[in-house]
Design a protein around this ligand. Structure first.
Ligand code: ADP
Length: 451
């Protein structure tokens, strides 16, 4: 087992990882920026090192600073969480060179999936259906030609994209002309790589993703799917497991496809295969996330498996001690992401000091968060304050429990998305479960008509 684990992250995911380490009995090393001195992960870790100023590029994204903290503290493993260094093959390689285990897949298998265009190729080679699309495109003619083949709309995407950024939907030849360069420029500035590719744009599909876990000995299992169709501007707001849009046959086929692909790239650790599913139940691979995801908790709630613990054990060289047949999914789980945003002001980020704080509790309720009373949310990072996850024997029970938990949750001093989530959880269309990625747009329209 490792001697100590450095967590190269902040916020709720850093807290989540520290909790898993503590349960295993592993000492932890937190890193933090000057803006995060009072962050909960700093207090919970065995020791903590300031690695730079608030600006991420000089702290949470500074490889020399992170590696130095690991060497000084004697950490022999680094958990990257999600975001920041999680999907950087160069970072995984540098860790290895310093004799530090990167808790995640090898740089090589990450490279096969990190670039979205390369990932599509890997999946095609492994007989997994992908959304009709192109390789990297460099001219407007290539895009127009592809659009002629599949029909508009099409979507331009950064090959290095993520977090719902770097995507542009185009509806005709003229829009291709005006959007190609903008998309490349955005790709360059957000992700440091101007390369883009094109996909057929599916109208209001379901976002369905499959969680897998792979050890170093070629054993791979899947945990069924999550439905992440409730999105605003291509960013997930509410996730649930299982998806009521997925039947047993599709579940098995998607799971098998994910396992096949993971084996093909010698994948190690936790990973997620993201698919889009149309209204005829046809599904297509979209991308793979080679890390733990924000929404991993809903899968934990229905499978009773601690995915972060498994991730650490696998990185330490342990064999998976259960098989696919041992994985039994029970009941239903829903997660709401609570952000420091003001829904009445177009979801503008709303950092500031939390003056009052009461968390919900009770049977089937889990809160993963790094905030507390008197904590000041810094303006420098993602606006997510945490997640409420509720389990129920069936979807309706989970949903009612979520409503109860959201009503109990008190965060004062800053505006949050709590009231917004309360409304959605009680919305008739959400209750029916009959929704897709067009839900929020439709919901907003319905609200506007009512007002
Ligand atoms: P990111 O990596 O930024 O999260 P994804 O490729 O995972 O980006 O896409 C995020 C969301 O954008 C999807 O869940 C879906 O709602 C929408 N989207 C992406 N590609 C398509 C597509 N080809 N057709 C329709 N919707 C899409």
């Amino acid at each position: 087992m490792f001697k100590r684990v450095l967590i190269a992250n902040r916020g709720e995911i850093a807290v989540r990882i520290i909790r898993a380490c503590r349960e295993i009995g592993l000492p932890t090393v937190a890193i933090y920026s000057e803006a995060d001195e009072n962050s909960l992960h700093v207090r919970l870790a065995t020791e903590a090192y300031c690695v730079g100023p608030a600006e991420s590029t000089k702290s949470y994204l500074s490889i020399p600073a992170i590696i130095s903290a690991a060497l000084v503290s004697g950490a022999d493993a680094i958990h990257p969480g999600y975001g920041f260094m999680a999907e950087r093959p160069d970072f995984a390689e540098i860790c290895e060179k310093h004799g530090i285990k990167f808790i995640g897949p090898s740089a090589e298998s990450m490279r096969k999936m990190a670039d979205k265009a390369a990932a599509r190729k890997t999946m095609i080679e492994n007989n997994v259906p992908v959304i009709p699309g192109t390789d990297v495109v460099t001219t407007v003619e290539e895009i127009k030609e592809f659009a002629k083949e599949v029909g508009y709309p099409v979507i331009l995407k950064a090959v290095a994209g993520g977090g719902g950024k770097g995507m542009r939907i185009v509806n005709n030849d003229d829009e291709v002309e005006t959007n190609m360069e903008i998309c490349q420029t955005e790709a360059k500035s957000f992700f440091g790589n101007p390369d883009i590719y094109v996909e057929k744009y599916l109208i209001n599909p379901h976002h369905i993703e499959v969680q897998i876990l792979a050890d170093q000995y070629g054993n791979v299992v899947h945990f069924g799917e999550r439905d992440c169709s409730i999105q605003r501007r291509h960013q997930k707001l509410i996730e649930e497991a299982p998806s009521i849009a997925v039947n047993e046959e599709t579940r098995r086929a998607m799971g098998e496809a994910a396992i096949r692909a993971a084996k093909a790239i010698n994948y190690e650790g936790v990973g997620t295969f993201e698919f889009l599913m149309d209204h005829d139940g046809k599904w297509y691979f979209m991308e793979m996330n080679t890390r733990i995801q924000v929404e991993h908790c809903v899968t934990e709630m229905i499978s009773n498996v601690d995915l972060v613990r498994e991730q650490i054990m696998i990185a330490a060289g342990e064999k998976l001690d259960f098989t696919q047949d041992d994985i039994v999914l029970r009941g239903h789980a829903i997660e709401c992401r609570i952000n420091a945003e003001d829904p009445s002001k177009g979801f503008m980020p709303n950092p500031g000091t939390i003056t009052g704080y009461v968390t919900p509790g009770g049977f089937g309720v889990r809160v993963d968060s790094h905030i507390y009373q008197d904590y000041t949310v810094p303006p420098n990072y993602d606006s997510m304050l945490g997640k409420v996850i509720c389990w129920g024997r069936n979807r309706n029970e989970a949903r009612r429990r979520m409503y109860r938990a959201l009503k109990e949750y008190v965060i004062t001093g800053i505006e949050t998305t709590l009231p917004f989530h309360q409304d959605i959880i009680e919305d008739d269309v959400f209750i029916s479960g009959n929704f897709d990625t067009g839900f929020i747009e439709d919901y907003n329209k319905r609200k506007a008509e009512h007002a």
